[in-house]
Design a protein around this ligand. Structure first.
Ligand SMILES: NC(=O)c1ccc[n+]([C@@H]2O[C@H](COP(=O)([O-])OP(=O)(O)OC[C@H]3O[C@@H](n4cnc5c(N)ncnc54)[C@H](O)[C@@H]3O)[C@@H](O)[C@H]2O)c1
Length: 302
């Protein structure tokens, strides 16, 4: 019986199991390293010129900085967002870089809107090379806030569902819609917005932390499933980055966040954008299933 028809002990076909390319013999030829320096691309070559990049939550904060970073290098930007507030400014800013963009109103929690948006990108540019799952929201509350012998407030199901809906289910829906196009196109790169709190936990953020820990789990799972299609999958875990998402927080909380950051300052959206850019580039061609912290050292712990 050919190996692909065999069953693993759990009843999972070998081809679909966690063993990549289990049906094919592994080819290994000892490497001749003499020409390595000559074969290496110059550091400035990103390989991203002309590539089609889908960015969710693209009109603000980290998403906006990321759209501009890729556009500056000649990538074509499919910008998706529920908000149209600054979409026109983003498109003009991309135009000024000499880049090309296409904005679509897409709510990442709406499966059919996401499927149609992915199809529209392929219709326009023929392919999707990079997906950046950036859209995210916060709605904080303590699980149970106890006061004077009884609960003063609890985290409601409504705010649990809304944060899980955008930050976790949204990433699932968008990735599920884009992956078939990447497989047909011969490969791609998927990058997901996690957070340092997905690694450490955080007071008042049961819903947000669960969503970001889930994103890390999905990233590692997709790295196992999609590597054989030449699709690299990684997550970025930012710390405290100065965007609208955190500016709305009370001054005291912001000061505490800086105090927890060994570099002693908030990060800039552009610093996260640079990380997405590098991870999507050919310079990161063997980085797969990783969670890269961009947090000024918060992940070290206190
Ligand atoms: N700012 C930080 O300190 C920080 C830290 C860790 C992780 N992150 C993550 O980085 C990502 C970007 O954060 P940010 O600070 O730039 O946020 P932001 O609030 O500035 O921007 C988020 C964007 O997502 C869009 N969005 C929200 N819901 C959406 C939906 N349902 N469908 C499509 N778009 C939607 C918003 O309209 C907005 O344009 C998020 O996933 C966030 O969780 C941010």
């Amino acid at each position: 019986m050919p190996r692909s028809e065999q069953e693993s002990t759990e009843g999972v076909p070998v081809e679909d199991s966690i063993v990549p390319n289990a049906s094919q013999p592994v080819e290994f030829t000892p490497m001749d390293t003499t020409g390595v320096r000559e074969q290496r691309q110059p550091a400035r070559e990103s390989g991203l010129r002309g590539k089609v990049v889908v960015i969710t939550g693209a009109v603000a904060g980290i998403g906006r900085a990321t759209a501009l970073r890729f556009a500056e290098e000649g990538a074509r930007i499919a910008a998706w967002d529920v908000s149209t507030d600054t979409a026109t400014q983003l498109e003009s800013a991309i135009k000024r870089t000499g880049g090309e963009s296409h904005f679509q109103i897409v709510d990442v929690t709406d499966a059919s809107a996401v499927e149609s948006a992915a199809a529209a990108v392929v219709e326009q540019w023929g392919r999707i090379d990079v997906l950046i799952n950036n859209a995210g929201i916060v709605r904080d509350a303590q699980l149970v806030k106890w006061n004077g012998g009884s609960p003063e407030s609890i985290m409601s199901e409504e705010i649990w569902d809304s944060v899980i809906g955008v930050n976790l289910k949204g990433v699932f829906l968008v990735t599920r819609a884009v992956v078939p196009h990447m497989i047909k196109g011969g490969g791609g790169v998927i990058l997901c917005a996690a957070s340092v709190v997905g690694l450490l936990g955080n007071f008042g953020q049961t819903n947000y932390v669960a969503s970001k820990a889930g994103v890390i789990g999905m990233t590692r799972t997709w790295a196992r499933e999609l590597g054989k299609y030449k699709i690299r999958v990684n997550a970025v875990a930012p710390g405290f980055i100065a965007t609208d998402m955190v500016r709305a927080m009370p001054e005291k909380v912001l000061e505490a966040m800086v105090a927890r950051t060994p570099l002693g300052r908030p990060g800039k959206p552009e610093e996260v954008a640079n990380t997405y850019f590098w991870l999507a580039s050919d310079q990161a061609s063997f980085i797969h299933g990783a969670v890269i912290s961009v947090d000024g050292g918060v992940v070290i712990g206190t």
